[in-house]
Design a binder for this molecule. Structure first.
Ligand SMILES: [Mn+2]
Length: 270
């Protein structure tokens, strides 16, 4: 029995199967959790969702920006680009089932009291329990009858600073951006959503979100995230576990085993 947390799959089903086979993943006993961006850009988004859905209770995920974008495309709120490579998935007879299933998934998932999984990370002013509460708030909107009207309000970079007083669509949009798009902060509390570079190649005024001190975290907290391919997991901190290692960009697909704390990777070329 082992629990694995896998980085951004992005429709790379062949790579996912290779990685799972490399650890002899057994869906009868082992559990797989994903950091989101299950689909999009890769060649096999349909096969990826078919497989992950088939794992039933042995699989869980948080939502990434590409997963939310799929919901928006399905709803006619955004148009798919050819580079999304989502045509087969969108034309599949089971697409409504997959969309309904994705809407049931959270933005943040606590695997124990001190370990949080989310796509982009934890906004530095939030505690783990606050993140879980905000994720539940967003999930309620995503599962509501008028979920598509909320999705319409999802796009945009403002507000870029958290306040407890944020309301309605501002609160929703900030949470979506913090949980699924964040990489850098400016002035310790302002989301900067454009820069995708490795920290060694970022403007000096920007700081990776995980380098801003978070006074709400206990010394043994662990934050598990994806989304940042150029970072390649280089947080220089064993409690900050970055799992996007850029498989979709020809690099590696990585997962982390909860029980032994080890990372497992396969190369795109293998
Ligand atoms: Mn992402």
């Amino acid at each position: 029995m082992a629990d694995y947390i896998v980085g951004d799959i992005q429709g790379c089903f062949t790579g996912l199967k290779k990685l799972l086979n490399s650890v002899a993943f057994d869906p009868a006993n082992d559990k797989l959790i994903a950091v989101g961006d299950l689909i999009g850009r890769g060649p096999q988004s349909l096969e990826t969702l078919e497989y992950l859905y088939s794992l039933g209770a042995q699989f869980d995920t948080v939502l990434g920006n590409h997963d939310l974008h799929l919901l928006a495309i399905y709803s006619g709120i955004r148009q798919a680009k050819a580079s999304d490579k989502l045509d087969h998935l969108l034309a599949d007879k089971n697409i409504a089932t997959y969309i309904h299933w994705l809407r049931s998934k959270p933005l943040a998932l606590a695997i124990d009291d001190n370990t949080l999984v989310s796509h982009a990370g934890l906004y530095p002013q939030w505690s783990i329990s606050q993140a879980i509460d905000l994720s539940a708030h967003c999930s309620a909107l995503l599962q509501s009858a008028n979920w598509q009207s909320h999705l319409k309000q999802m796009y945009g970079n403002k507000p870029d600073k958290w306040k407890d007083s944020l309301k309605d669509e501002d609160r929703w949009r900030f949470c979506i951006n913090a949980f699924t798009r964040m990489r850098y902060m400016q002035d310790s509390n302002k989301l900067e959503l454009d820069c995708k570079n490795h920290p060694s190649q970022a403007p000096k005024k920007l700081t990776p979100w995980f380098e801003i001190p978070n006074n709400n975290l206990s010394p043994n907290s662990r934050l598990i995230f994806g989304h940042w391919a150029t970072l390649a997991g280089e947080t220089n901190n064993t409690q900050l576990i970055g799992l996007d290692t850029g498989y979709i960009w020809g690099k590696q697909l990585t997962m982390w085993q909860v029980q032994n704390g080890k990372k497992y990777s396969i190369n795109f070329q293998d």
